[in-house]
Each structure stands twice: as C-alpha cells, then as structure tokens.
Design a protein around this ligand. Sequence first.
Ligand SMILES: Cc1cc2nc3c(=O)[nH]c(=O)nc-3n(C[C@H](O)[C@H](O)[C@H](O)COP(=O)(O)O)c2cc1C
Length: 418
Amino acid sequence: MSDAPSLASPLTLPSGLRLSNRLVKSAMSEGLATDDGRPGERLERLYARWSRGGAGLLLTGNVMVDARYLERCGNPILDARAELDAFRRFARAGKSHGSAMIAQISHPGRQVNRFVAPEPLAPSEGPAVKVLAAFGRPRAMNESEIEDAIDRFARTASLARACDFDGVQIHAAHGYLVSQFLSPLVNRRPDRWGGSLENRARFLVEIVRATRRATARDFTIGVKLNSADFQRGGFGEDEAVRVIGMLGDEGIDFLEISGGNYESMALFGLDESGKRAKTSTRAREAYFLDFAKTARAHARMPVLLTGGMRTRAGMDEALASGAVDLIGLARPLCVAPDLPRDLIERRVDRAPAVEPPAFGLASLDPAAAPAWYCAQIARMGEGLEPDLALGARLNAIRYVANDALRGPRRRRAGLARA
Ligand SMILES: Cc1cc2nc3c(=O)[nH]c(=O)nc-3n(C[C@H](O)[C@H](O)[C@H](O)COP(=O)(O)O)c2cc1C
C-alpha cells in the first residue's frame, strides 16, 4: 500500500485552513457582477452550485483591486467603495456545502481591453497586446502608481477577510500585471522594479508582504504563478523556480502552477499560434506536471496543479508523484459541476470529453471556447444546469460585445474611478 494521498484526503494549509479533499475549482472569470462590481444573486447561485459539487476549495474568478482596470466588465470589484454585505453573501454561498472559499485578486495591467480602459498601465511603455486589435498601448507606471497598486492588493485582501473569505490568491500568472513585472520582455524598467529577477519579483514579494500585514497568519494567501510565459525571451522555468523559493521565504500558504498569457495560450494547452500544443506534456494530460516535479525541491508550500487534468488516473498519478498536493479543475466544472464529488465517490473516472463548437470564422475562433464556457457559467448563475448543446456563435458575439457595450457605459457613469 502506498502512502500517497488520494483525491479524498483532507489537507491542512500552513494558515490552518483545512480543505476537505484535494480537488480545487480553479479561477474562472464569471462576468456576472454589476457594472459597479457588486456580486449578486447570480454569483451566489453559481458558487452554491459549485460548492454542492464537492470541491474542497473554490477559487473565485478575477476579483479586481482597482475599479479603473478590469479584466472584463462584470468582474467583482472589492475596493474601498464595495458593498461588503454583497461580498459576505458571495463568500457564504461558496462555503454553503463545505468548500473553502478564496478570492482571486487581480490587476490586468496591459491586458485590459480598450473599451474598459483606453490607456492601460504596465511596468514599461510598450506595444499593445496583440489580440483582436482590442488593446490600447500601455504607459509605464510611476513609483507612486506601483506603491498604490501594492496597497490596493493589500486592501482588497483585508476586505476579503472582513467578508469571511478564507483567503486570497494573488494572480501572478497569465500575463496580468504581476506577471508583467516578472517578464523581462514586458518589464524593461531601469529602477529597483526591473532588471534582475530580484527586482522584477519585487512587486510580487511586496504584494505578498503587504497582504500578510493587512490580514493575519490564519488568513490564507496563495499565489498563481506561470511555470513559464512560453514566449521567446519571456519569464521561463528557471526563473519561476527561483521565484517559488522567494515565495517560500515569505511563507505563502499555497502555490498554483499554470502558464501562458493572452498572446500564448499555454494555460489551455495551446501553442503560440493558438493550435493545440503537440507536447508529450499535453498528451499526458497535465500540462505543467513536469515543471511541478522540477519545482518540488524548491516549493516549501502546498502545490496546486491546474491545466488539462481530466482523468482520475492522471490526478492520482500527479498526487502520487509527490510533486503536487492539490488538483485544479476549470473548464470541466463548467459542464460537470458535480465532477469533484463524482470522482471522489468513484461514480466516474474522468471528466466528460467536451469540445466546444468552433465559431467558424478565424478571427472570432479564439473567443468561441471561453465564450461557450462563460455561457455555461451564466446558466448556472440563473439556476439552470449546463447545456452541452449550446451553440458557439451567439455566445461568442455576446462575449465580445460585453465590454464594447459595458466598458463605455461604466466610464460614462463614473464607475471607472480610483
Ligand atoms: C472561461 C474561463 C475563464 C477563466 N478565468 C480565469 C481567471 O479569472 N483567473 C485565472 O487565474 N484563470 C482563469 N482561467 C484559467 C483557468 O483557471 C485554468 O488555468 C485553465 O482553464 C486550465 O485549466 P483546465 O484545463 O482545467 O480548464 C479561465 C479559464 C476559462 C475557461
């Protein structure tokens, strides 16, 4: 008999937070909050549904720290103006069937589309994100804007604690602001925030420190980090391993490993041209397991692996390798919200094999799959079950139009303010 944990094994994080099993619902941006970022009944129904599905931990989608800079319209915004009771109800819904509930806190930096913010911030001035011509050219943050962003992460964390979330996850992956600071391609600052890896990681480390100061040792702080950006000259695995060492020194409570950004979609198992990556890693289902094995020697905190996990055998293998403590699931939970419980109770051996329909027009195909998953999320927010027969086109158009309509409306209404 091996001593390897099973999916059903509980895990206590360094913060003292006890997770009832090893399955985690990874962050997925829901787009269901109001224009001013208030979570409401749709998010409550959705998270109660996911909690009923049995995951030990639910990570929310991007919760924004600054109302001016959203990942998309409909993100919850937890800032000094937020209605805390609405966030309390959101947290309570996620915990309603025994899951722990952690808010993923985030700032998009240059990955904010022009409808939401025409003038994005980034560590350095540089080219716009090259996706659908939808992004403005970013300008470099000054020192006080950097300090302000750090304070905002800490304030959002402290508000999350006041609203009974079990913790926060700092989004340092997928090309958003923290990940931009880590990237030598995007961050070309000559000051203490750029250059050496220590300097590029300073923004993340300072956010972790400020977040801990603003909360408490029993409040869980996690970080989602890229194993690599998968771009030539970008943040790579050797640097990721060193950052993991730094995060260990800061005493974070868990690390989630992912990869890629808007321009290189490794997080979905795609290569730089948006095609399915033909790597042995993908063939073996867990996109970033090899990296997790490399990272284990440096990772003193529990490790959550997300990306492509689909079968109980693959998940058991990842846990048995000793490199991974928790298994993250995202897209499968849009179509099979009971999957965690069904896997743990051995009713099924794998996630349903689902391929969202393509749009059929190359320029809109990249939006079709996320839009389709978001439409399933929206159904659960309405109290409906997922519908595998949903089409691609209308949902992709709605998804793309969301920010084109709501972004200017938010700005006209004065909601995009500091
Ligand atoms: C619709 C959708 C929205 C997502 N939003 C987020 C997000 O807000 N934050 C995040 O860290 N990852 C986000 N992701 C990425 C997932 O957390 C996850 O890393 C990725 O989907 C790979 O896991 P999977 O193969 O289990 O889907 C999103 C994924 C999808 C499909």
